[in-house]
Ligand binder design. Structure first.
Ligand code: UN1
Length: 523
């Protein structure tokens, strides 16, 4: 049954109640909102139907400054809580998320247009990073280093940094916040979040759920200072306040390369740190020995999944000459038949584009690709039954001779540029010849090719996979990319170090004062 617009509004409001969102405080323009609205509001819409669900209050400059100041005060207390106790807060948050997984996943699907299993998967990713953070809370350790001086000890200690600003994008409206927040909080930082203007409701939901974890933590005797996790709903202006605030020593920003170009230099100008996770233009190579059934599935998920709106989505495909003519028709068949439609219906695999702007960018890229000699299959608008403001498209496959024009850019839509190759080294060169460097993969059973792809002269990306598409990373690894992708690393491995500052400590436990490098200074 297609969801009707009215039922989506009603369902969304009842979901917000379930999470404990204070609707009177945050929403305007719904029948349930009693308080008069002051200040600016933001339309929260669903790409599923194109309908405006409600209006959300934006934070003004005064409120934004208060939220950041309060987070700073909270940090001053939170840093004193032992790290394993801080981990306990994340453990409780993971429990709250587990018990709200279905509801939050559903809201992600409603607000971001993800299919049901991807909405749920996103909440699972939040739960996973909470678990990771609990373990990490007992492993924030530094090294002990051999010193050249007798009766000395040298070691390093990791300390929290302060308020961590988190700027996130619509396509992972909750998980990207969680990757950053879980690590930042366990590290002893406070967090302030500026979510995408396109997904304010999931942000309000997560904020309310985190508040529940804080309450449980306090009920167990824990110190969880008010304002430890702040939320700033709004546009560029509040984002800039976060980026420019002297009490925000680190901003982790996920979004376009254009956004990163604006944010990076501003942070650098005040010597604040940046974790930038920007555009990707991810490729895969299908080599002669590839398992083609597996490759087909991997490519289909990576290129069409999330309607091509992951930063790790597959956008360029290099297929070896020996399989090109047999494999491309199979791919085209998958493209022509993949179920596109209402993401809330279990059978759909490709949901809507986020909005009209995304649709126009998709259409413009396809027109450019055709003008550049590309041969297009698919890409047209799919009638959803939801009216003109819901933008569903058939995923597009473009066969093209070389990498120029739109092939070099990231278009946040399901467009796959397919190219033929004959020489592996030449394919590698082409693979690395775009400005972005997030994720990559090769489908091969030839160990030389696989290892070369992962080697220093192979993929130049932050993520390089074998026999798996470029998207769908687990939280255990460090996530991020090179070149115009920004160089930041989030999530697993030792990405936590970016959220902390390192102090090198030398202790003299003797009675003499030998100087390093044999320097003499006898007074
Ligand atoms: C993003 O699109 O911003 O690897 C993040 C993946 C997901 C995260 C993507 N785990 O596809």
């Amino acid at each position: 049954m297609p969801a009707t617009p009215t039922s989506l509004i009603a369902e969304t409001l009842s979901l917000l109640d379930r999470f404990g969102v204070d609707k009177d405080r945050h929403l305007a323009g719904t029948l349930t909102s009693r308080s008069p609205v002051t200040g600016e509001t933001l339309a929260a819409r669903s790409p599923v139907t194109g309908e405006t669900l409600t209006q959300v209050r934006e934070a003004g400059a005064v409120e934004a400054a208060q939220v950041i100041d309060q987070a700073h005060q909270a940090f001053l207390q939170w840093r004193l809580v032992p790290a394993p106790r801080r981990g306990e807060l994340l453990r409780l948050f993971g429990e709250v998320l587990r018990s709200h997984k279905a509801a939050l996943g559903r809201l992600v699907s409603i607000e971001a247009g993800k299919i049901i299993s991807e909405g749920l998967g996103e909440v699972q990713e939040m739960i996973d990073i909470c678990d990771f953070a609990v373990g990490l809370s007992r492993q924030l350790h530094g090294l002990t280093i051999a010193t050249e001086r007798a009766e000395h000890r040298m070691m390093e200690t990791w300390h929290p940094l302060g308020v961590t600003g988190i700027i996130s994008a619509f396509n992972f409206p909750v998980a990207v916040w969680a990757w950053n927040a879980a690590l930042a909080l366990v590290a002893g930082n406070a967090v302030v979040w500026k979510p995408s203007e396109k997904t304010p409701l999931t942000a309000l939901a997560v904020d309310a759920l985190f508040a529940r974890a804080m309450e449980r933590f306090r009920a167990d005797g824990g110190t969880a200072p008010e304002g430890l996790s702040g939320l700033l709903i709004g546009g560029r202006a509040v984002g800039e306040m976060l980026v420019d605030h002297r009490h925000v020593p680190l901003v982790s920003a996920t979004g376009s390369t254009a956004m990163g170009r604006a944010v990076g230099p501003r942070l650098a100008s005040r010597f604040a740190r940046a974790i930038l996770e920007l555009g990707g233009n991810n490729a895969a190579i299908v080599a002669p020995t590839a398992d083609l059934d597996l490759a087909l599935r991997g490519i289909a998920f990576a290129a069409m999944g999330t309607a091509g709106q992951r930063c790790t989505s597959l956008r360029r495909l290099f297929i070896h000459d020996s399989l090109y003519d047999s494999f491309v028709p199979r791919l085209k068949q998958a493209y022509a038949t993949v179920p596109v439609g209402n993401p809330l219906v279990e059978s759909s695999l490709v949901g809507p584009l986020i909005d009209r702007q995304a649709f126009e960018a998709q259409q413009a890229a396809l027109a450019d690709a055709v003008a550049a000699g590309g041969v297009l299959s698919g890409g047209g608008r799919v009638e959803s039954g939801f009216g003109p403001d819901a933008y569903y498209v058939r995923p597009a496959l473009v066969e093209i001779a070389g990498q120029h024009g739109p092939v070099e850019k990231e278009t946040f839509a399901p467009i796959l540029y397919v190219m033929r190759y004959s020489d592996f080294d030449a394919a590698l060169t082409q693979h690395n010849a775009v400005p972005q460097g997030l994720s990559s993969s090769i489908f091969t059973n030839d160990i030389r090719e696989a290892e070369t792809f992962l080697s220093v002269r192979g993929s130049d990306c932050g993520i390089a996979n074998v026999n798996i598409g470029p998207s769908g990373a687990e939280i255990g690894g460090a996530f991020g990319g090179e070149k115009e992708t920004g160089g930041g690393r989030e999530s697993g491995s030792d990405a936590w170090k970016a959220y902390m500052r390192r102090a090198t400590n030398t202790v003299n436990y003797g009675r003499t004062l030998p100087l390093a490098q044999g320097v003499r200074f006898d007074i």
